[in-house]
Design a protein around this ligand. Sequence first.
Ligand SMILES: Cc1cc2nc3c(=O)[nH]c(=O)nc-3n(C[C@H](O)[C@H](O)[C@H](O)COP(=O)(O)OP(=O)(O)OC[C@H]3O[C@@H](n4cnc5c(N)ncnc54)[C@H](O)[C@@H]3O)c2cc1C
Ligand SMILES: *[C@@H]1O[C@H](CO)[C@@H](O)[C@H](O)[C@H]1NC(C)=O
Ligand SMILES: *[C@@H]1O[C@H](CO)[C@@H](O)[C@H](O)[C@H]1NC(C)=O
Ligand SMILES: *[C@@H]1O[C@H](CO)[C@@H](O)[C@H](O)[C@H]1NC(C)=O
Ligand SMILES: *[C@@H]1O[C@H](CO)[C@@H](O)[C@H](O)[C@H]1NC(C)=O
Ligand SMILES: *[C@@H]1O[C@H](CO)[C@@H](O)[C@H](O)[C@H]1NC(C)=O
Ligand SMILES: *[C@@H]1O[C@H](CO)[C@@H](O)[C@H](O)[C@H]1NC(C)=O
Ligand SMILES: *[C@@H]1O[C@H](CO)[C@@H](O)[C@H](O)[C@H]1NC(C)=O
Ligand SMILES: *[C@@H]1O[C@H](CO)[C@@H](O)[C@H](O)[C@H]1NC(C)=O
Length: 479
Amino acid sequence: MRYSRLLLFLASFLAALSAAQQDSSACTACQLLNDTLPGLVFFSGSSDYTEDDSHFAASSTQNSTCTLQILGRDDVRAPFAVKGGGHSSNVRFSSTTGVQISLENFNQIIPDPYTNTLQLGPSATWDEAYAALDPFNQVSTGARIPGVGVGGVLLGGGYGWVTDEYGLAIDNILSWDLILPNGTFVQVTEESHPELAFGLRGGFNNFGIVTSFTIKTHPGNQVWAGTVTFSLDVIDQVFAALENYSFNHTDEKAGLLLQYSAASTRAPAIMAHLCYHAPVSDVPEVFSELLSIPALNDTAHLTTLSQFLLESFGSFLNPRVGFAQHAIPIIHYTEPILRSIQAQVNATVAKAIADGTSIISASVGSEPLIHPFVDPKDSAYPHSTARQITPANVFIFYNNVSDRDYMSNAIREFSLEIQKVAIEEGWSRPDDILYSNYAVAGTPLELIYGDNIERLRALKKIVDPTNVMGLTGGWKVPV
Ligand SMILES: Cc1cc2nc3c(=O)[nH]c(=O)nc-3n(C[C@H](O)[C@H](O)[C@H](O)COP(=O)(O)OP(=O)(O)OC[C@H]3O[C@@H](n4cnc5c(N)ncnc54)[C@H](O)[C@@H]3O)c2cc1C
Ligand SMILES: *[C@@H]1O[C@H](CO)[C@@H](O)[C@H](O)[C@H]1NC(C)=O
Ligand SMILES: *[C@@H]1O[C@H](CO)[C@@H](O)[C@H](O)[C@H]1NC(C)=O
Ligand SMILES: *[C@@H]1O[C@H](CO)[C@@H](O)[C@H](O)[C@H]1NC(C)=O
Ligand SMILES: *[C@@H]1O[C@H](CO)[C@@H](O)[C@H](O)[C@H]1NC(C)=O
Ligand SMILES: *[C@@H]1O[C@H](CO)[C@@H](O)[C@H](O)[C@H]1NC(C)=O
Ligand SMILES: *[C@@H]1O[C@H](CO)[C@@H](O)[C@H](O)[C@H]1NC(C)=O
Ligand SMILES: *[C@@H]1O[C@H](CO)[C@@H](O)[C@H](O)[C@H]1NC(C)=O
Ligand SMILES: *[C@@H]1O[C@H](CO)[C@@H](O)[C@H](O)[C@H]1NC(C)=O
């Protein structure tokens, strides 16, 4: 079947679903799809079905009625999908009890060292993408942790290890292959479709399904990088060094993520993940204050970006049962903000244990960047150079999926307490944008898209007048 016909079929199928969203209509739809697309539709009990529904966290996994795997064939120019890399922390963002469309087979990674570009499929992961650039001694901006998918990162924002040098991942996109909600295939560039390009830089699945992205690459794959673990005894010194780093350093090659965590079964821990983008074998000057503090363990050494991800964050390749994530918008980290992070993380774990929940750990990753918005493009994700927000990355892991609502509320509340301190310190505002790829479901759309909502609504009216994409979950632009 011609790909365009397949997509028209899917689009009309989704439109039909909008009329009646009951389970029985999903069953009918799955039967219809199975009749029309033999071999591409999978039902409960098959291993393809299980794989298509699976996510990084069980708490954002649902059992669909059936799954669709659209294969990348020559006569199929581009696919249709709901799930990219499956790393969303929010249920229904890439999971459903209806029809799961998996982009499993759209995991292409095609570097072009002659044009300094990289073509990526939405279910490829960033560690794989960086590894594919190693032979050409290149890097790109993308996620900092292995296993995270290309799709959500490139449709949301993308804070990576080389972001102070080269900006957000969305600001490095040159073109998109897109299936519009009516089944039409378009190749989008800023020149060909400026308004769609605006919408796709942060608009997730609101404007269709992206089957391929082309991004810029940059020279040099070597980094001096690793993880330094400190004792809690020196935490005041660590916080003082982080404050000075956050306010005073000017070295764009430096990346730092300070993670404070507390857990139900171990003592709290403080670690600094460091990444310096240059082939140096000694401690870069910019980290010398932090690294003059005695450490329990220090793995920093000369390596490559792809190896650093696996060396320092390899455990993140294992799926988790329960996972909640949120953002705290902060411009600079002061010692009072860092102390409030410590107190709130401690208190959250203590309360969750006292409340009889299955909490494993809570943590906040402080990400002091100088200017993540290096060369911001016209984007659905508001990120003006006038306000260089860095999102603190807040995590909770837990054991029992039944605790999902408790953990979502807990993460929202304790993040707000920390933001209050940041506001008092002058380094956050109540209306600051919350990074969409971290924000917990239920965050008001105004804090996701800010002043862009009306412009997105106007685009949505043109591109998706019947609101087909409203049938998928996520940050939904109103019609
Ligand atoms: C352990 C961990 C570490 C992380 N580290 C970082 C980090 O360093 N930097 C950072 O910026 N973010 C980070 N994130 C957040 C990450 O950006 C989001 O989880 C992101 O959405 C993941 O993309 P995905 O394709 O894996 O997710 P999915 O759950 O598959 O997709 C996320 C959303 O995008 C939509 N989508 C995906 N692909 C497509 C497509 N092709 N067309 C249309 N819609 C699509 C889905 O429908 C869904 O709504 C991290 C998350 C985790 C869990
Ligand atoms: C799907 O179609 C195949 C034939 O292509 C058939 O063997 C199978 O039983 C169908 N599955 C369901 C659940 O109807
Ligand atoms: C999905 O189905 C499997 C097998 O029946 C079950 O073990 C699992 O708990 C279900 N998951 C959800 C989220 O309903
Ligand atoms: C920044 O550096 C200056 C000069 O070294 C110092 O006086 C100041 O305290 C530093 N700022 C912070 C926030 O540490
Ligand atoms: C504070 O940071 C600046 C800029 O990185 C650095 O030159 C200075 O030595 C640091 N202060 C201390 C006390 O280490
Ligand atoms: C330091 O960390 C590395 C990597 O996690 C580990 O292999 C090593 O055993 C640790 N060393 C100490 C002294 O804890
Ligand atoms: C956090 O917990 C640790 C260990 O339980 C404790 O040493 C520390 O004082 C606590 N800090 C705050 C600010 O509550
Ligand atoms: C998970 O929590 C639910 C509701 O509190 C409870 O009924 C169930 O027994 C728990 N499951 C496990 C494995 O502890
Ligand atoms: C699909 O939508 C696009 C954008 O609105 C439009 O240009 C195109 O003509 C539509 N195609 C069909 C087949 O309706």
